[in-house]
Design a protein. Structure first.
Length: 185
């Protein structure tokens, strides 16, 4: 899977800082060149959660027209490092600050709209990266085969924010919206 790189070489190298091959790519970047992003869920610096199942219920793909789950999965910053967020976690363990603040969100279902806020203030931020997510062997994963997509992994860069109460709301074309929030220290 490929994604567009930010406009400047420095910004692109910064955006690629999570990738194990960033050094080699950053040396060859110029402007809007297209660069590889996480091509597999195994490349993530954290583990994706298992799909939600009620006891005794078979694992089934969610209805793509509705949002089944929204989960803030990861937070990363220059000085707070990369932190995996548990489903029951309400605030980060690390103090996140520096030149960038990245937040990863798992969205099960397909959103028609998304609303992001930080300390109640609406953010006009598009995701840096989006990846279709599917269920393979009982785990959320990618790459996905055609027709198996159950949701999306999104990563946002909130710039040099010092954190606060981050909220991500996913609004489907049909059904109720779902949200998750996290206090980013």
């Amino acid at each position: 899977m490929f994604t567009s790189c930010p406009a400047t070489r420095v910004a692109c190298a910064t955006a690629l800082s999570l990738f194990p091959f960033a050094g080699a790519l950053a040396d060859s970047l110029d402007g809007y060149r297209t660069v590889p992003a996480y091509s597999r869920s195994a490349d993530l610096p954290f583990e994706l959660p298992a799909p939600y199942r009620d006891a005794g219920q078979p694992s089934a793909s969610p209805d793509p027209r509705a949002i089944e789950k929204v989960w803030i999965l990861s937070v990363e910053s220059q000085y707070g490092g990369a932190e995996t967020i548990r489903e029951d976690q309400t605030r980060t363990s690390n103090d996140h600050y520096g030149l960038y603040l990245k937040v990863g969100v798992l969205e099960v279902g397909i959103a028609a709209q998304r609303r992001l806020t930080l300390d109640g203030v609406a953010l006009n931020v598009a995701p840096m990266y989006t990846f279709p997510v599917c269920i393979i062997d009982g785990q959320y994963s990618w790459p996905c085969s055609s027709g198996t997509v159950v949701g999306t992994f999104l990563q946002y860069d909130l710039g040099d924010s010092d954190g606060g109460q981050f909220r991500h709301e996913s609004i489907p074309a049909e059904g109720p919206s779902r949200s998750d929030s996290l206090e980013i220290l």
